[in-house]
Design a protein around this ligand. Structure first.
Ligand SMILES: C[S@@+](CC[C@H](N)C(=O)[O-])C[C@H]1O[C@@H](n2cnc3c(N)ncnc32)[C@H](O)[C@@H]1O
Length: 319
């Protein structure tokens, strides 16, 4: 029988207050609260679009010469976006999903079952992974390292549960410079959208005040759940200090992030469904084109620290 704690999707005001000084509690409350709507909010799917997105991230930093791996583990799985899509792409046949948020583990297990994947799940802190030494051939994570207070400790745990020669891949981590421009562009877009939609002719484009207030409260917890922004060289140094071999960091999304953050913020500021499918396709295709330019052209001239997303890989030294 599972001994995992139950999700807490409706935190009390006292819990939220306590979470302001406790990043792990903030992560549990914030992500338990988000678990039910997370896939919609971030346009996460388990079809070709996200399968190729996940596989491309892995290949970009680590290649796929060793596919398929035996047993795979994901840390901070959320609803399962990264590992479930990687498994569908052929990364591994057997997987384990873990997250600090019980609501997220439940959502990931529901998605895995619906997709017919062989996946078990545990509520787990990445700093104390509840699996035996040498259990996994590959460990992955997406947008999780920046939430973990002790990143080096978590990577030491990753190396402990990997078999000798096993690989880890973490993607979707914000860089210092990327976070600087993304946050400013997002804040400007929010201000512009919520101001303009106060004008009487545009009020049909205004999201209900209660939902805007909720977004602002969420933003307050977001400031606590986000613990780090990384320089790619620092990320490599942390992984090496943890004991990893063959360490390599890569970055991606420069102009794509400058488009992506205002677009996502604008979508969050207007009523859900208001923009429709044509807008969604336009935004996605534009992001894809800019990502191509970033990776194939700008990466030759723009320093890697200026890109928004960092990825890091490494292996457990073979004995
Ligand atoms: C931004 S979400 C990303 C979720 C998913 N990987 C994705 O890309 O959609 C970060 C996830 O990390 C989890 N998390 C935060 N701190 C953690 C920790 N110390 N150990 C394990 N998971 C953690 C959160 O609960 C949340 O589900």
């Amino acid at each position: 029988m599972s001994t995992d704690p139950a999700p807490q999707p409706h935190a009390t005001a006292e819990q939220v207050e306590a979470a302001r000084h406790d990043p792990k509690l903030a992560n549990v409350l914030y992500h338990d609260w988000e678990a039910g709507s997370y896939d919609d909010k971030w346009s996460i799917s388990y079809d070709e679009r996200c399968i190729s997105y996940a596989a491309d991230r892995f290949r970009y930093v680590a290649g796929d010469a060793d596919w398929p791996y035996g047993r795979a583990l994901e840390l901070g799985c959320g609803t399962g976006f990264f590992l479930l899509n990687l498994m569908q792409a052929g990364l591994a046949k057997q997987g384990s999903v873990t997250d600090l948020s019980p609501g997220m583990v439940q959502a990931a297990l529901r998605n895995a079952e619906r997709l017919g994947l062989d996946v078990d799940g545990r509520v787990a802190d990445a700093e104390h992974i509840p699996y035996d030494d040498g259990s996994f051939d590959v460990v992955v994570g997406h947008a999780v390292l920046h939430h973990i207070p002790d990143v080096e400790g978590a990577l030491r745990e990753v190396l402990r549960v990997l078999k000798p020669g096993g690989r880890f891949v973490f993607a979707g981590e914000p860089t210092k410079i990327g976070d600087f421009y993304a946050r400013r562009l997002g804040a400007l877009t929010w201000k512009a959208a919520t101001t303009v939609t106060k004008l009487p002719p545009l009020q049909g484009w205004r999201r209900p005040q209660a939902e805007l207030d909720e977004s602002s409260r969420a933003a307050a917890l977001e400031a606590v759940v986000d613990q780090h922004i990384f320089d790619p060289a620092d990320l490599e140094a942390i992984a090496r200090r943890a004991g990893a071999a063959d360490v390599r960091a890569a970055t991606e999304e420069f102009t794509a992030a400058m488009l992506g953050w205002p677009v996502r913020t604008f979508e969050a500021a207007v009523p859900p469904g208001k923009l429709g499918m044509r807008w969604a396709m336009f935004a996605y295709r534009s992001w894809q084109r800019l990502s191509w330019v970033d990776r194939n052209v700008l990466s030759r001239v723009v320093p890697r620290g200026w890109f928004y997303n960092a990825l890091v890989t490494g292996t457990k030294p073979a004995r």
